[in-house]
Design a binder for this molecule. Structure first.
Ligand code: ADP
Ligand code: MG
Length: 285
């Protein structure tokens, strides 16, 4: 990464805690049926911590991320966001978070610079100021020299960096990431994971990172929130006490192996259940 220190200096957004209390989400299914995606999820995401949500496909991870980000309203239960230094002062959902998805949703007709500066443009920031900030963020994700390129001219990994810069520039307290590296090849994924580790070190935002990869969850997270197969509940929270700064070398250490085994045993049954469910006639997944 070119300069994570730049990201650290630029990104001093508010620190926030997120409390998810008994969140239940029921989606409309086929032919008037209902799909219970989340069946009472409660968790406290602490300020400045990197939390990974790990679970089998279809268990409700994206649903939870969208509810926490204020993009969907839960059927029941509450999500509250507050600043640790101003306890009791609740903040509107979504106002403190920004989301990064697997498909980067960059505008293909805008340059990388214009894509990264987009949020600030919408917020009414003057051209010179938003361009300065966007240039610094682009450099901090290793894309210096590609400011004038258009998204289709870049590789998948580079586009994902641009999407990360576009999210980071908003300087929100919460970074929500829903399988952001899911579509990348194995090597690019490792590079991106290491870059995200450095950005996290420099900015210490509250990160909620959705994944179905056990390695990724342990490598990145301060904790791994393991979910059950649908209807999604929290099965167990695994604290990850591995020291930071971290790099991919961690994956070959005995401490990592122990955590992997623990998560694997928890998740194996859930994946089997999810697969059995998917094979049912009339399944909505
Ligand atoms: P995951 O991200 O863990 O793969 P999702 O949260 O995407 O799981 O989905 C959980 C369940 O909710 C699935 O059965 C899915 O089909 C259903 N679902 C998700 N979003 C919607 C929606 N907008 N409308 C209807 N059903 C949905
Ligand atoms: Mg998902």
């Amino acid at each position: 990464m070119a300069s994570c220190a730049v990201a650290g200096r630029l990104l001093r957004g508010a620190r926030v805690n997120i409390s998810v209390e008994n969140v239940r989400q029921v989606w409309p299914g086929r032919a008037g049926s209902e799909v219970v995606a989340l069946a009472g999820v409660s968790h406290h995401f602490r300020s400045g911590k990197f939390s990974c949500i790990l679970g089998p496909s279809g268990c409700g991870k994206s649903t939870l991320a969208q509810i926490v980000g204020g993009l969907e309203t839960a059927t029941s239960g509450t999500v509250t966001i507050d600043h640790p230094d101003r306890p009791g002062h609740a903040v509107p959902l979504g106002s403190q978070s920004v989301m990064v998805w697997q498909n980067q949703n960059l505008f293909p007709w805008r340059t990388i610079l214009e894509n990264v500066a987009f949020g600030l443009e919408m917020a009414g920031m003057p051209f010179a100021e938003r361009t300065d900030r966007a240039m610094a963020l682009i450099a901090s994700v290793g894309l210096r020299g590609f400011e004038k390129h258009f998204p289709p001219q870049l590789s998948g990994g580079m586009r994902q960096r641009a999407a990360l810069a576009r999210a980071l520039i908003m300087d929100r307290g919460v970074l929500l990431m829903d399988e952001p590296f899911g579509a990348l090849d194995a090597q690019t994924k490792i590079v991106m994971q290491e870059e995200l580790l450095k950005i996290f070190e420099a900015t210490r935002k509250t990160v909620i990172f959705v994944t179905h990869s056990i390695d990724e969850a342990i490598l990145l997270g301060d904790e791994v929130v393991v979910m059950t197969a649908r209807p999604g509940r929290i099965k167990e929270v695994i604290p990850v006490d591995l020291p930071r700064p971290r790099s991919f070398d961690l994956v070959s250490t005995p401490a990592f192996g122990k955590l992997f085994d623990r998560a694997f045993h928890l998740i194996r049954d859930e994946v089997t259940k999810a697969m059995a469910e998917m094979n049912q006639p009339g399944s909505t997944t």
